[in-house]
Design a protein around this ligand. Structure first.
Ligand SMILES: Cc1ncc(C[n+]2csc(CCOP(=O)(O)OP(=O)(O)O)c2C)c(N)n1
Ligand SMILES: [Mg+2]
Length: 909
């Protein structure tokens, strides 16, 4: 075994260098003494050994008492040295003018939006810090989709939209009236949405990003999805699109923002570029006042395996660094905190001289030749097009790893006293005349003194050099960005007849709705028309749901294939088969990541011109509850697909207890406007809903999604009764009428596996209490309610016309007797339709925290079992004076229900 440190094996002295460092020096000035070490390393060591050598050196520095930096960090300087910078290919002067006009118009949009009592707000300072980062990309990097390749997919930072709109205005894509209607979306002719919302501006925005943290994560899964499409031969073009994400430094605190970094590196996503706008501030104040966000992020990204490019200092500093022979300037850079740097942004040059350079007398000499005024103009890298261009070029040329550009900027750049670098900057929405004049002067905006107070928009003529230049640049790069276009061909989706196993019933056998769904998926994956378009997405629960046979049938996607012999190779169908063209996205334990894949797959019809059918199946408790904001984003993004909440129901998933047993997902899911929510009881219902959903989304092109509760309780699956399809899809149909010839009549609405409580109650009531209860399958309370709401709204607005009757009211008014609803969800789920049920609705449900127990005990505890349902029916009959209260009391004794039994605790006054 090799025990000697690697350095000693190659003749590097064992002891730390005896040359003492001059006081205060970082040692960087002694870099020449390391040349020998580097020479030896280059000649003798492979990359692994070189890594060991580095670790040896750090260890020895530490042992010698030096506070050696963590190896994942580099000094606080630009990664690309001036000598490695490429020539800037654009017309700097014209680009500066274009950028200045974008700055002005973006600012004017927000200031105008605040005027005249509108107070609809907007953000000035974030785009002010971002302008150069965007403009260099607009002029030189972002590819549009009109050329010979796919458009880049750009995740713009949510609250910099004024900058994007101002750009689109200069490009003659938007008009002045549009800018006037920023955040006035209900204005005549429509307005511009506050942030990137494809739902609101479906021809313009591709990705919603303003819920911080989600955009960055979505971009990683999008870039990986591009590779998936490519591997499966589904990408429409040879070239792959580049994915860009513009991220705030404050945004990086969101767990989702950095949570998937290792995936990007592991998958070698060199089609992904992140630009973190490190303006050192978030909303309230500094991101890391007492530290350095750029260094912290560098460590994180390096550790995760990304290529990191720091763009910290503008070109004015190059000359100072070149003369920094002692290394003191770099040392001072490393020492100064973000809080200090923020202060230097707002402070006069004299302060910078005294506090930053003045710490070391030698450093003061370095800037002797600069006036105080010139010191304030020593800029930050993110505002220097030359530095930004160099970083972008290096990023897009880098192979094998994703790249992050950490660009240092100033929040509110150019706003001066109105907010540059100040803690109030983020919220600044107003500018007084003096501030407007200063802004105009700083950026040479051609607005006259008479007009300036009105903050008019300004756009050069179509024939102006500026407009010609920017349009030509976009033409060369393949057209405008962002742009959303739906080009996908519709699919011929299978009809219900394709799934006889689900519609014919299980005969003497039993099956759960989950198992039935898996059967459907397996048949669907073989469908000649749509089979290849199916994208199953699973966060490590395939075996729980019995999907594992699909592993061998269609394979698990892996960019590297399967480099090992799977331990269960002999296990037949369920062995863990990874393949380069695998179809299943097995995401591991990340519901957030799985949702991101769901969105990527479900928006491929718009972003990649191909209709794909995502089926995301997961532990229902970790669905809308865990990733609700992503689900909201999915709606905004016009995502299409199926969400399968498996192991549904507070009591049907029985042993797992409080944090697993889900009694509210349909409620959470019902908050998403474009999401249809279904709680089917039987296999044929699942098939009917999925066939209809496929047709609507992928045949007819509706931009909607479906949530389906799937249960793991096995029971006999009945054959599909004739004529029920319409009711299944609308949300309610009579499944099994009660027996004829009984004295009393009642109706029980059941959902999911709990329809079995309704059927049990039906038997009890008929056998013991002379009640004929019809059992209904309530597949979607959300649908019923929404239809009723629309009818009511119409009635209110058309009072003199014959009133419309909600569909559910029409259906139920033909019946007599009380209505009782029972489900494995909170009572508020069926209560959604109570208002339109003739005579009202008695609801049984599972409010309260779950418990680990047997199904039978849980259903009694939550009072949704057959016996309690029977009592509820009797009680409702007694309230109508059809039977006596004593009969109800007797039924409690008959059915062994203790009126004083324990019950889940719920908050009440
Ligand atoms: C999830 C979420 N939480 C809070 C906000 C409100 N918000 C909008 S911008 C912002 C500060 C952003 O700071 P940073 O990411 O550094 O961006 P900057 O404006 O500095 O470029 C906050 C808190 C949000 N949009 N999303
Ligand atoms: Mg910030």
């Amino acid at each position: 075994m090799q025990t000697k440190p690697i350095s000693q094996r190659h003749g590097i002295p064992a002891k730390p260098a005896s040359t003492p460092l001059p006081p205060g020096a970082s040692g960087i000035g002694l870099v020449n003494s390391l040349e020998g070490v580097i020479e030896v390393a280059l000649k003798n060591l492979d990359s692994a050994e070189a890594g060991l050598l580095r670790n040896d050196l750090i260890l020895r520095l530490r042992l010698a008492g030096a506070a050696a930096a963590h190896p994942v960090n580099t000094p606080y300087v630009n990664t690309i040295p001036p000598e490695a910078q490429p020539r800037y290919p654009g017309n700097r002067e014209l680009e500066r003018r274009i950028k200045s006009l974008a700055r002005w118009n973006a600012m004017a949009m927000v200031v105008n939006a605040q005027r005249n009592g509108a107070e609809v707000g907007g953000h000035i300072s974030s785009y002010a810090s971002m302008a150069t980062l965007y403009e260099v990309a607009y002029n030189h990097f972002f590819r549009g989709g009109d050329g010979n390749g796919p458009a880049d997919l750009v995740y713009f930072q949510g609250h910099t939209t004024p900058g994007n709109y101002a750009r689109a205005f200069l490009e003659y894509r938007l008009e002045e009236s549009d800018l006037h209607n920023f955040r006035r979306e209900l204005a005549e002719g429509g307005g511009l949405s506050s942030y990137p919302h494809p739902y609101l501006m479906p021809d313009f925005w591709q990705f919603p990003t303003v819920s911080m943290g989600l955009g960055p994560m979505m971009s990683i899964y999008q870039a990986r999805f591009v590779r998936y499409l490519k591997a499966r031969g589904l990408l429409q073009t040879e070239k792959e699109p580049r994915v860009w994400a513009y991220v705030g430094d404050g945004e990086s605190d969101e767990p989702e923002a950095l949570g998937a970094l290792t995936l990007a590196a592991r998958e070698g996503l060199d089609n992904l570029t992140w630009v973190v706008n490190c303006n050192l501030q978030r909303l309230d104040g500094p991101v890391r006042g007492n530290g350095k966000i750029i260094q912290e992020l560098e460590g994180v990204f390096h550790g995760a395996g990304w290529n990191v490019i720091k763009v910290i200092w503008a070109s004015q500093w190059d000359e100072l660094f070149a003369r920094d022979e002692s290394g003191l300037l770099r040392k001072r850079m490393d020492e100064a905190l973000d809080g200090d740097f923020q202060k230097y942004t707002v402070a006069p040059g004299s302060y910078i001289r005294r506090h930053f350079f003045g710490k070391y007398p030698e450093l003061l000499h370095l800037v002797d030749h600069l006036t105080d005024e010139e010191l304030t103009r020593l800029g930050r890298g993110g505002h220097d097009p030359v530095k930004v261009y160099a970083a972008y070029k290096a990023a897009v040329e880098h192979q094998g790893r994703p790249t992050v550009i950490l660009a240092k900027t100033v929040k509110g750049y150019g706003l001066g006293e109105a907010g540059e670098g100040r803690n109030i900057s983020h919220q600044q929405k107003k500018m007084n005349e003096k501030e407007l004049r200063e802004f105009r002067a700083r950026f040479d905006v051609p607005i006259s003194d008479e007009d300036i107070a009105d903050t008019p928009f300004f756009r050069p003529a179509k024939t102006s050099p500026e407009t010609k230049y920017l349009l030509e640049r976009r033409r060369k790069l393949g057209g405008f960005v962002p742009k959303r276009e739906v080009k996908a061909e519709p699919l011929r989706t299978p009809r219900l007849e394709a799934f006889p196993e689900l519609t014919k019933g299980s005969g003497a056998g039993e099956a759960s709705t989950t198992k039935s769904f898996v059967r459907l998926l397996s048949v669907l994956a073989r469908d000649p028309e749509v089979g290849r378009r199916v994208v199953p997405i699973i966060p490590d629960e395939a075996r729980t749901f019995g999907i594992d046979p699909l592993f061998s049938q269609i394979g698990i996607y892996s960019s590297t294939g399967q480099l090992y012999e799977p331990v269960d190779r002999e296990a037949g169908f369920s062995f863990y088969r990874e393949a380069k063209d695998g179809q299943i996205l097995e995401e591991g334990i990340t519901e957030a990541g799985s949702m991101a894949s769901f969105v990527a797959a479900g928006t491929a019809y718009a972003n990649h011109g191909v209709n794909l059918i995502p089926f995301y199946i997961y532990y229902s408790m970790f669905g809308p509850q865990r990733t609700g904001d992503e689900l909201w984003l999915a709606g905004d993004n016009r995502t299409k697909g199926f969400l399968l909440g498996a192991t549904s129901g507070r009591t049907t998933l029985n042993g797992e207890g409080l944090q697993h047993q889900d009694g509210h997902s349909p409620l959470n899911a019902s908050t998403i406007p474009t999401l249809y929510v279904y709680d089917p009881a039987f296999a044929y219902e699942v098939a009917a809903i999925i066939c209809d959903g496929m047709k609507r989304m992928f045949g007819d092109g509706e931009e909607i999604m479906f949530y389906i509760c799937l249960y793991n309780e096995n029971y006999a699956q009945p054959p599909m009764p004739p004529g029920c399809e319409d009711g299944i899809l609308k949300g309610l149909y009579k499944f099994k009428p009660g027996p004829a010839g009984k004295k009393h009549k009642a109706h029980i609405l059941g959902s999911g596996s709990i329809i079995r409580s309704a059927l049990g109650a039906q038997e009890i009531l008929a056998a013991r209490y002379d009640v004929s209860a019809d059992v209904w399958s309530a597949t979607s309370y959300k649908n019923l309610r929404n239809e009723a709401l629309l009818a009511e709204r119409w009635n209110m607005l058309h009072p003199t016309q014959p009133a419309r009757k909600p569909w559910v009211a029409q259906l139920l008014e033909k019946e007599t007797g009380p209505f009782i609803a029972v489900s494995d969800y909170m009572k508020i789920v069926p209560d959604q339709i109570a208002k339109w049920v003739p005579g009202g609705l008695t609801t049984l449900g599972t409010d309260g925290f779950g418990r680990s127990e047997t199904r039978a005990n849980l259903r009694r505890y939550f009072e949704i079992d057959a016996e309690t349902a029977a009592v509820a029916v009797l009680h409702a009959l007694s309230q109508r004076n059809a039977i006596s209260p004593e009969t109800v009391a007797q039924s409690l004794r008959d059915l062994n229900i203790d009126p004083e039994k324990s019950f889940p605790k719920i908050a009440a006054f």
